[in-house]
Design a protein around this ligand. Structure first.
Ligand SMILES: *[C@@H]1O[C@H](CO)[C@@H](O)[C@H](O)[C@H]1NC(C)=O
Ligand SMILES: *[C@@H]1O[C@H](CO)[C@@H](O)[C@H](O)[C@H]1NC(C)=O
Ligand SMILES: *[C@@H]1O[C@H](CO)[C@@H](O)[C@H](O)[C@H]1NC(C)=O
Ligand SMILES: *[C@@H]1O[C@H](CO)[C@@H](O)[C@H](O)[C@H]1NC(C)=O
Ligand SMILES: *[C@@H]1O[C@H](CO)[C@@H](O)[C@H](O)[C@H]1NC(C)=O
Ligand SMILES: *[C@@H]1O[C@H](CO)[C@@H](O)[C@H](O)[C@H]1NC(C)=O
Ligand SMILES: *[C@@H]1O[C@H](CO)[C@@H](O)[C@H](O)[C@H]1NC(C)=O
Ligand SMILES: *[C@@H]1O[C@H](CO)[C@@H](O)[C@H](O)[C@H]1NC(C)=O
Ligand SMILES: *[C@@H]1O[C@H](CO)[C@@H](O)[C@H](O)[C@H]1NC(C)=O
Ligand SMILES: *[C@@H]1O[C@H](CO)[C@@H](O)[C@H](O)[C@H]1NC(C)=O
Length: 882
């Protein structure tokens, strides 16, 4: 036995040196990178840490923070951090990144056969979902940026969901501050130094930076100064108080405004439901008025706050913080900070709601419009430059219900056919993943806006809870679909999307009441839906969630643009409910079709299912019952009302007034309001003038231009509306006026002559009848034409809900009254002339072609018809006939 053992030992002793050598060789001999250090660049999962190359085959990651990835997440090697390079890459180390790392310092070993030259980029990557968590570039090239904006020297935890990180730049006397908070994108984060020397910490006099994200998802950081516990207000005398940007205090003084704005945004992003904004500020600012000097070595009081952000509106061009209603400790607080002391935070911030993406819920009968657009906030980087948009939202999380067919109108281009797949990455996944299941779509579900392709998909009981919509050719253009059981679609018979695809309106008619629900398709504090064609003079229903998380629904009547014009009404609403679905407001109510009361304004709020209901909407950050303030201002509204046909279950957008129709209206006004009356008046009142046949020329010229303008106007309307329809009153009356107008030149041509060819005087009877006919048709034409103008305006109001129809109608009425007054005056003058008899009549008589025997005289005093002055006039006319 012993010899055997000995032999074994000997063998082992002999074998060990070559084994060790083999191990060293596997480790990689290229050690040119040893000692290289770089910060990890964060992309997702709150990855932070500093990578250091230890030797040819291992590396240490110091202070590694990471939210758990899936079991396939690894350290990965690739040519670059982009989508293609990572897809071509391979694992670099064996250890899975499948757990949460809490500021740990760990050593990882490269896989056998992998050496540093094969790892230009070391990434934390999950190949299953193609998710990049973060990366470092490994190269001794000093130009490579080894500082990531998410990495700082120190960190302090201010509240469970808020941290401040900072790096002191002693040489430049400035400090870089990073604010990190697990809050929604609609929140601001404020941090700054309290006024020094105060006996107890106070917000008054504090110099803070307010950071957050605009509605477009862009970060901002602004220098603020606090003079009062209130939102920033500019008083009537121009004084500014509240929590205001430094620049507002110096309004109107451009040099000063430039100098007090000392906070510089460096970087910002939102990932995993965490907002992060980095900015830089001087320790001791040149602005002594609104900035607190920071003593780098002293303990100083800092203040912080988290709250809702009010988007800019017509009154204020800034994103302003709203009051933070919640108690101290979660919404604001004080702390003591010495920026020279180094502190640390443990682990990554873990937000409850990590899905930050826009959400869209598919409804029965409402197609989802799929387009392609640039990627700005794709939820799962790395991402291609072009991604899919649904209803104008970038790669939203789509929610569908089992049993409710989903219709896509695919217009993302010929290179992006839509398909619904089980694979998270998509893009011809079958070529690499044989288990991919395709639920709908394929190469033929492609289209462009001019020719969209329709794709209908019915999720059924066997559809998994999460599937993906993707492009068939390119990976990662789409995102997740959440498949759920039951929802608003099941409870309401009808639904339509309101203007801009931002609000879905649901209703069910039951007997003499109507059940209504509305859902905002974006995060907001309240959702208002109004019945009417504009905000003013509409009946509105507002659903909102208060500071305690309780939902409310109330009814209002709005008669003004500002808060004072919004009056709460006591409509009989029943079954009211309001809740927030991931920040988007949903409210429901039931109301009688016609209120059973009288007298009050809400009693006129009748819903008639047989006529289209005009619906508008608005959303904003904060609402409260009782007194409304500027903070209730909406931040986004519908651009135009949508006409909801309650019985048919459909909706149509209220059309914009087409410019060509405005031209039609204008031309008709010129013809019927100016030229035709002008022509008639010329015939009636110019005959007594001395200048021969002026009246006749004026009459024919005016009336023939009127005919031409009228004809053009008619053609414009027909061309714009693509055809002619007699349905509307305006079309009927307009046609009548046009026909009457057309009769005039015809009967003018057929006018019986007073003198025959041989100079014989013909019988007067025909001529008298003709004159009556001509005059009666002409004047009826003017009356009918004027009516047509009014019906046209009314039609415009009905069809387009245009706001200035009232003004136009008033203008037209004034015009008609004016013309009538002028006619009365001229009539009066003419009568006086006739009564005065003498001079005028006589002078008229001896001018050739001039006569008082004009049409009106013929009509009014037909006995005068037999007057002697007809012949000269006729002689004058004769040559014109041609
Ligand atoms: C991570 O993966 C390893 C190896 O596959 C496994 O042993 C471990 O249980 C996983 N940890 C978690 C938290 O899933
Ligand atoms: C070591 O790898 C680097 C790239 O990482 C390369 O530039 C260098 O030439 C290699 N050195 C040797 C000795 O192979
Ligand atoms: C504008 O600001 C400058 C610098 O703060 C100051 O000297 C000047 O008096 C201000 N002008 C006015 C009109 O307030
Ligand atoms: C402060 O200056 C930056 C540019 O340096 C500008 O983008 C920002 O809008 C300014 N802030 C205010 C409140 O004027
Ligand atoms: C700052 O506060 C810490 C503890 O709160 C204390 O130990 C330290 O002496 C203070 N430093 C100064 C400069 O006051
Ligand atoms: C900063 O604070 C330290 C300690 O509190 C103090 O000694 C020093 O004078 C202060 N510096 C300035 C410029 O105020
Ligand atoms: C999918 O990939 C395979 C091979 O990678 C290729 O032959 C096939 O044409 C691709 N299909 C589509 C629809 O691009
Ligand atoms: C392949 O597709 C299935 C779904 O059908 C998915 O669960 C799996 O993770 C995919 N595998 C890879 C390697 O992408
Ligand atoms: C929240 O609830 C408390 C107690 O129920 C109440 O006093 C307070 O007014 C409520 N706040 C709001 C904003 O409704
Ligand atoms: C609500 O109902 C009550 C009783 O049914 C009635 O007296 C009241 O006028 C109604 N109010 C409205 C606004 O319809």
């Amino acid at each position: 036995m012993a010899p055997l053992l000995l032999t074994l030992l000997l063998l082992l002793c002999l074998a060990s040196p070559p084994l060790a050598a083999a191990a060293a060789a596997a480790c990689g001999t290229n050690t040119s990178l040893v000692g290289y250090e770089a910060d990890l660049w964060m992309s997702q999962h709150q990855l932070r840490g500093r990578v250091e190359v230890l030797d040819g085959c291992s590396f240490r990651v110091a202070a590694l923070d990471l939210l758990a990835g899936s079991a396939s997440a690894r350290w990965w090697r690739a040519e670059g951090p982009d989508l293609d390079s990572l897809a071509r890459g391979a694992p670099a180390a064996g250890d899975p990144l499948n757990r949460t790392f809490l500021s740990e310092s760990l050593v990882f070993r490269l896989l056998p056969g992998v050496s540093w030259p094969l790892v230009p980029v070391l990434a934390a990557f999950d190949p299953l979902t193609s998710s990049l968590f973060g990366f470092v570039r490994l190269s001794n090239d000093s130009s490579a940026d080894s500082e990531a904006p998410t990495m700082f020297d120190s960190c302090a935890q201010l509240s469970p969901r808020l941290r401040v990180r900072w790096t002191l730049h002693g040489t430049s006397d400035s400090i870089d501050i990073g604010l990190e908070a697990a809050v929604g994108s609609e929140y601001y984060i404020a941090f700054g130094w309290a006024a020094p020397g105060a006996p107890e910490p106070s917000m008054i006099g504090a110099d803070v930076a307010v950071t957050g994200f605009t509605e477009d998802g862009l970060p901002f950081a602004d220098d603020y100064y606090v003079t009062k516990y209130s939102e920033c207000t500019v008083r009537a005398d121009g004084a500014v108080e509240g929590v205001c940007p430094d620049t507002i205090y110096e309004q109107g003084n451009d040099t000063a405004a430039g100098a007090v704005n000392n906070t510089r945004l460096v970087y910002g992003h939102r990932r995993d439901g965490v907002s992060f904004v980095r900015f830089s500020r001087p320790l001791v600012s040149p602005d002594k008025k609104y900035d607190v000097p920071v003593n780098a070595t002293a303990n100083m009081t800092v203040i912080w706050a988290i709250g809702l952000l009010r988007p800019p509106d017509s009154l204020q061009p800034y994103y302003l913080p709203l009051g933070h209603g919640a108690p101290a400790g979660t919404a604001f607080g004080f702390a003591t900070l010495n920026v020279s002391a180094s502190g640390g935070c443990v682990g990554p911030l873990d937000a409850e709601d990590k899905e930050d993406q826009d959400r869209i819920t598919a409804e029965r009968n409402t197609p989802l419009v799929v387009t392609a657009g640039p990627s700005l906030h794709y939820p799962n980087p790395p991402n291609p430059d072009k991604v899919l948009y649904i209803n104008k939202k970038e790669a939203p999380l789509l929610k569908v219900e089992r049993g409710v067919p989903v219709t896509f109108s695919v217009e993302a281009g010929h290179d992006a056919p839509l398909y619904i797949t089980s694979d998270a990455v998509g893009g011809n996944a079958t070529s690499r993943n044989a288990t991919e299941v395709v639920f709908a779509g394929g190469a033929r579900a492609e289209g462009v806006p001019a020719a969209p392709a329709e794709l209908v998909w019915l999720p059924d009981r066997n559809t998994p809870d999460v599937v993906y919509y993707q492009s068939l050719y390119d990976p990662k253009m789409g995102w997740k679909i959440q498949v759920v059981d039951g929802g608003l679609s099941d409870m309401y018979n009808n639904s339509v999307l309101l203007d801009d695809q931002q609000v879905t309106f649901f209703w069910t008619l039951s007997g003499d009441s109507i059940n209504i629900a509305a859902r905002g398709e974006r995060k907001s504090g309240y959702l208002a839906v109004g019945f009417g064609s504009a905000m003013v003079n509409s009946y509105a229903y507002v659903g909102w969630i208060d500071g305690n998380g309780t939902g409310h629904v109330a009814s209002y009547f709005i008669d003004g643009e500002d808060g004072a014009g919004v009056h709460e009404t006591s409509e009989n609403l029943t079954h009211t409910r309001c809740r927030s679905e991931n920040g988007a407001i949903v409210f429901e109510l039931t109301r009688p079709l016609s209120p059973s009361c009288s007298g009050r304004v809400e009693c006129r709020n009748i819903v008639d299912p047989t006529t289209p209901l005009r619906v508008i909407w608005a959303m904003g950050s904060q609402w409260s019952s009782g007194q409304l303030t500027v903070s209730n201002m909406h931040s986004i509204t519908s651009n135009r009302p949508v006409r909801v046909l309650l019985l048919a279950g459909t909706a149509e957008a209220e059309e914009e007034l087409r410019p060509v129709l405005a031209v039609h209206g204008f031309m008709m006004f010129v013809a019927w309001g100016l030229l035709v009356p002008g022509g008639i008046m010329a015939a009636r009142y110019l005959k007594h003038l001395k200048s021969g046949d002026l009246w006749f020329q004026a009459h024919t010229y005016l009336q023939s231009s009127a005919m031409a303008v009228m004809f053009l106007g008619l053609l414009f309307a027909i061309a714009e509306l693509r055809g002619f329809s007699f349905k509307s009153t305006h079309a009927k009356i307009g046609t009548a006026a046009f026909v009457l107008a057309c009769l005039q030149p015809i009967n003018a041509y057929l006018r019986p002559h007073l003198l025959a060819e041989n100079g014989e005087i013909l019988p007067m009877k025909n001529r008298v009848i003709w004159e009556y006919l001509h005059i009666i048709t002409g004047r009826s034409a003017v009356v009918v034409g004027a009516i047509a103008l009014f019906t046209g305006l009314q039609h415009l109001g009905d069809r387009y809900g245009s706001k200035n129809i009232k003004g136009l109608t008033c203008g037209l009425i004034l015009w008609v009254v004016g013309v009538t007054l002028v006619v009365v005056y001229l009539e009066f003058m003419a009568a006086r002339r006739r009564r005065g008899g003498g001079a005028d009549d006589l002078s008229g008589k001896w001018v050739l072609g001039n006569t008082d025997e004009d049409d009106s005289v013929d009509l009014l005093q037909s006995t005068k018809m037999e007057s002697d002055s007809i012949e000269p006039m006729e002689m004058q006319l004769e040559p014109l006939k041609g």
